[in-house]
Design a binder for this molecule. Structure first.
Ligand code: IMP
Length: 425
């Protein structure tokens, strides 16, 4: 990390391996901040023989001396957060004064999760959400009907607000889904108890993070999902409901754009997508299944099989542009070991024309056919390489091609889940 603030964001459709990279970079960070998304994320960190999957707590939690911040832009499921805290503590990880939960963050309420699930179940145009209540919670935030962490500590205000909200949600539940009503009193009591349990963590995260930056401490922002799932710049409507790229940091953490330093983009050496939506380089065949098996491409949050395909330069170039990526980390290179040849999508073909930019609408994107460049594969086991030069020449040529096309230097190559299986260049 060159600047004292940096950020890790995915440049594909999520699951790029951000957890591992954030964990590695956290060694040098004083503060790690989640600024968007919520329990839909599943960041996997392998620490020695132990595997941790973090959903809400920043991946820096495994490092002693690092403070982790769940900033205002995150939507927080308190039940899930407390479960995560309990699980970490059970496994010997300290969670106490090293965790700050923004008082401005919105709370994912039971009706958000229920509406997310019912909407997915009943719709004939499914998004394939994680059903963690993310979309409905952000919808209420934008509609100014959300409940924020701070509201939980004003019992009378919370009760009044919740009463009105539950009565509105019950009308929707009955009219659209013929579902039984929720009881505001029960939810109020449950959430008052949850509020007591999380109170030790609640604080003014914005002032804390800005103070840390101004004081010269090293702050790392941890993006969740990926840039192609961004609500503004992703493959709308098959996206998540937040700004999952570096653009989200300012609003999601209250940090001025000029304070955000190095932006590190993470991409897999191939590409995956989970949920619905167009995916031009998808391999809906035996090779796609083989990559899924070797790469263990199953959702860390939902367990769903991920769709697998080739690296898509067009889509990632778009992500590089909107994020202003300074450095790239390429993960899971080892998964491609032994394949006779690899393909990289360098452009799309649409109605006989060559297209170099990702179309704005998914209907057009679904009609795009990838134009591939073929690369020879390699036989060697890259998981043993610890230096860039130790990689097979075909793997180096492949990475250098990505670098040239994306105009960004590859500074980290990950060749396995464990921390040590990483090449810094
Ligand atoms: P939601 O964020 O649960 O509303 O889901 C919206 C879309 O984003 C779906 O296609 C999900 O599969 C996808 N998605 C959400 N979170 C993640 C993630 O952490 N990794 C990969 N895909 C995700």
């Amino acid at each position: 990390m060159k600047a004292n603030t940096s950020c890790v964001v995915g440049v594909q459709w999520g699951d790029e391996g951000k957890g591992k990279i954030v964990d590695l970079l956290s060694k040098e960070a004083d503060v790690v901040v989640r600024f968007q998304g919520g329990g839909n994320a599943g960041h996997t960190v392998v620490n020695g023989k132990e595997k941790f999957v973090l959903h809400l707590i920043p991946s820096g939690i495994l490092h002693k001396g690092t403070t982790c911040v769940i900033a205002n832009g995150v939507v927080v499921d308190l039940v899930q957060l407390l479960e995560e805290i309990r699980d970490l503590r059970k496994r010997g990880v300290e969670v106490g004064r090293n965790l700050i939960l923004s008082e401005r963050a919105h709370v994912v309420m039971p009706y958000h999760k229920q509406l997310d699930a019912l909407s997915e179940k009943s719709s004939d145009k499914k998004i394939g959400t994680t059903q963690r209540g993310i979309g409905p919670c952000y919808a209420d935030k934008a509609a100014r009907k959300g409940i924020r962490i701070a509201d939980l500590y004003s019992p009378a205000v919370f009760m009044e607000r919740l009463g009105a909200l539950v009565s509105e949600k019950n009308k929707i539940l009955r009219a659209l889904y013929d579902a039984p009503p929720l009881e505001a009193d029960r939810i109020w009591m449950e959430y008052r108890k949850l509020a007591d349990e999380v109170e030790p963590f609640v604080g003014d995260a914005t002032t804390y993070v800005n103070g840390a930056i101004d004081g010269g401490r090293r702050v790392l922002f941890e993006g969740a999902q990926g840039s192609l799932l961004d609500i503004d710049f992703g493959t709308y409507p098959y996206v998540t409901s937040s700004n999952s790229d570096a653009c989200g940091i300012s609003a999601g953490a209250g940090v001025p754009p000029k304070k955000v330093g190095t932006i590190i983009g993470i991409a897999k050496a191939y590409c995956t997508r989970v949920g619905e939506g167009p995916f031009p380089t998808e391999l809906a065949n035996a090779l796609g299944e083989k990559i899924r098996e070797i790469g263990r491409e199953f959702g860390a949050t939902t367990g769903r099989p991920r769709r697998c395909g080739w690296f898509d330069i067009v889509a990632s170039r778009h992500a590089v542009m909107i994020n202003g990526i300074d450095e790239l980390a390429i993960t899971k290179l080892d998964v491609l070991d032994g394949l006779p040849e690899l393909q990289v999508c360098t452009a799309y073909e649409l109605d006989g024309e060559r297209v170099d930019r990702i179309p704005v609408d998914v209907e057009t994107l679904a009609r795009c056919r990838p134009v591939y460049r073929t690369f020879p594969g390699w036989k060697a086991d890259t998981s043993k390489a610890r230096k860039f030069d130790a990689l097979p020449k075909e793997a180096k040529a492949y990475l250098k091609f990505l670098e040239k096309e994306l105009k960004v230097r590859v500074t980290i190559v990950s060749v396995g889940t464990e921390r040590m299986k990483t090449i810094f260049r």
